[in-house]
Design a protein around this ligand. Structure first.
Ligand SMILES: [Zn+2]
Length: 414
C-alpha cells in the first residue's frame, strides 16, 4: 500500500517550526509580518527544490503544482492550509495541512501513477486573521469584496502596509479568483484543536461541517438609583437582567442545542460604581452550530430569553446583531472518500464538527470540500504547547494521500 515518506514530512515540520520559533516550542508568524515573509520564502524554496511548478497568486497564496499525466486535463484537485500563526501559536496549526499536501504530491509523483487531474498544494494568506481573516481563501473564492478589504479587523493602514510588503494590491487580489469549474475538490488536513479524538481514542476525525457563528450586542436598560436608599424590590437593575439571561441561556444551550455552544465574552455595566444601581449593561453574545436552521432556532430562543429576562427585571432591551458567519457543511463525496481512506489504512475514524474557522469553510462554497482532523494532545491549540504525535501526523498525511487517490479514482471512473 502506498505511503508517504514519514521522515521527509517530519523534517519539513521541524524546519518550518524554526522560523518565528518561541522559546517554549511554539511559533509567532503573524500574517504579513517579517517572520511570515521569511516562512513564505522558505516554502517557495522548498517547492522549487522539489522541482514542482511554483505559483503565487495575487493574494499571496503560494502553490506547488504537479501537472496531470493527461495533457487534456482541465481540473485541479487541491489540498492545503496555511503557514501563518497567532501570537505564541503552535507549530502544527495550518502547517500540517500544507506540508502534508506537499508530501502527498511528492509521493504521487514518485509512485508514477497516472493522474487524470492536476494536483496542487496551496498555502493561503492570513488564515488566522491577524489583519483580515481568511484573506487568501476569500480572494481565491472571489469573495474578498472591496467592503471587506476596506474594513479589515487589523486596521486599514496596517493591511495596506502588509499588502505592500507582499507586493499585493486591490487589483492583484481580484486576480486571485479561481474559476470554480477548474477545481475538482479541496481537502484540508488540520489538527483538531480540541480533545474529542484523543478522548475517544480515535485516529482520524472526518469533519462534516464547520459551524456557523453569530453574535449580537445585547443592551439591558434600567434606571440608576441610590444603592443604599432604593428598596431592592423597586430597582430596575440592568445587571440583574443580564446575569439572569446568561445563566438561563447556558442551560438552554446545554439542554436543547448540544453540541452547539454559546458564550458571553464581554460585559460592561454603567455608570459602573459601588454605590449606584447599574442602569445600562452591554453584553457580547456569541453562539455556534452546524447548520443555518439550528442557528436560526438558537437565535430565536436566545433573543426571546433575553427579552423575557428583561421584562421580569423591569428593564427594556435592545439587540444589535454583529457577526454572521454562515455554517459550512462539507461535501458528502469528499467525506466518503476520507472515510474510505481511513478504513483502508485501518485507522479508527469518526465524524465531528469543526468549532473553529478554517479556509475550507470559504472554499466549500465554490467546490466539493472536506477536512481531515488528527488528535491534538490535551486539545491544546493557539498555544506554544500545541502538540500532535508523530504517528498522528503520519496517519493524517497517509489519510490525505489515500483520499486524493480515492477522488482521482472517481474522476477517472466518470
Ligand atoms: Zn489553522
Amino acid at each position: 500500500m502506498l505511503k508517504i515518506n514519514e521522515a521527509r514530512l517530519l523534517q519539513d515540520l521541524h524546519d518550518l517550526a524554526q522560523i518565528g520559533a518561541t522559546p517554549d516550542g511554539g511559533v509567532t508568524r503573524k500574517a504579513f509580518s517579517e517572520r511570515d515573509v521569511e516562512a513564505r520564502e522558505w516554502l517557495k524554496q522548498r517547492i522549487l527544490a522539489d522541482q514542482f511548478k511554483y505559483h503565487e497568486d495575487g493574494a499571496g497564496n503560494q502553490s506547488a503544482i504537479l501537472p496531470s499525466t493527461d495533457p487534456q486535463a482541465t481540473q485541479t484537485l487541491i489540498s492545503g492550509s496555511h503557514i501563518d500563526s497567532v501570537t505564541n501559536g503552535g507549530r502544527f496549526d495550518g502547517v500540517l495541512g500544507i506540508l502534508s499536501a506537499l508530501e502527498v504530491l511528492r509521493t504521487l509523483r514518485e509512485a508514477g501513477l497516472s493522474r487524470p487531474v492536476h494536483l496542487e498544494a496551496i498555502s493561503f494568506t492570513d488564515e488566522e486573521g491577524h489583519l483580515l481573516g481568511e484573506f487568501g481563501s476569500l480572494a481565491f473564492a472571489g469573495m474578498l469584496t472591496p467592503e471587506k478589504l476596506a474594513n479589515p479587523r487589523g486596521g486599514l493602514k496596517k493591511l495596506q502596509e502588509g499588502m505592500q510588503r507582499l507586493g499585493l494590491s486591490a487589483d492583484s487580489v481580484a486576480s486571485a479568483k479561481r474559476d470554480p469549474a477548474s477545481i475538482a475538490g479541496y481537502i484540508e488536513l488540520h489538527v483538531e484543536q480540541g480533545a474529542r479524538l484523543e478522548e475517544s481514542n480515535t485516529d482520524i476525525g472526518v469533519v462534516t461541517a464547520i459551524v456557523g457563528i453569530r453574535s449580537a450586542w445585547l443592551t439591558f436598560h434600567g434606571r440608576t438609583a441610590h444603592a443604599g436608599t432604593k428598596p431592592m424590590h423597586q430597582r430596575a437593575d440592568a445587571l440583574w437582567g443580564a446575569t439572569d439571561f446568561m445563566q438561563q441561556a447556558r442551560q438552554l444551550i446545554i439542554d436543547q442545542f448540544t453540541p452547539g455552544v454559546m458564550n458571553c465574552g464581554f460585559i460592561d455595566a454603567q455608570p459602573g460604581s459601588f454605590n449606584i444601581v447599574p442602569a445600562q449593561v452591554k453584553l457580547a453574545l456569541e453562539f455556534r452550530h452546524r447548520s443555518e436552521e439550528l442557528l436560526d432556532e438558537m437565535q430565536q430562543q436566545l433573543f426571546t430569553l433575553a427579552q423575557t429576562a428583561a421584562d421580569q427585571r423591569n428593564l427594556t432591551i435592545t439587540i444589535e446583531p454583529a457577526i454572521n458567519i454562515p455554517a459550512a457543511p462539507m461535501c458528502e463525496t469528499v467525506i466518503t472518500a476520507i472515510e474510505n481512506a481511513a478504513e483502508s489504512l485501518d485507522l479508527k475514524h469518526k465524524q465531528l464538527l469543526s468549532f473553529a474557522g478554517h479556509d475550507a469553510q470559504t472554499i466549500t462554497q465554490i467546490c466539493p470540500a472536506a477536512m481531515i482532523f488528527v488528535p491534538s494532545v490535551d486539545g491544546i491549540s493557539h498555544n506554544p504547547k500545541e502538540y500532535t504525535k508523530d504517528q498522528d501526523v503520519i496517519n493524517g498525511a497517509n489519510t490525505l494521500l489515500h483520499t486524493v487517490l480515492e477522488l482521482i479514482k472517481r474522476t477517472s471512473d466518470e
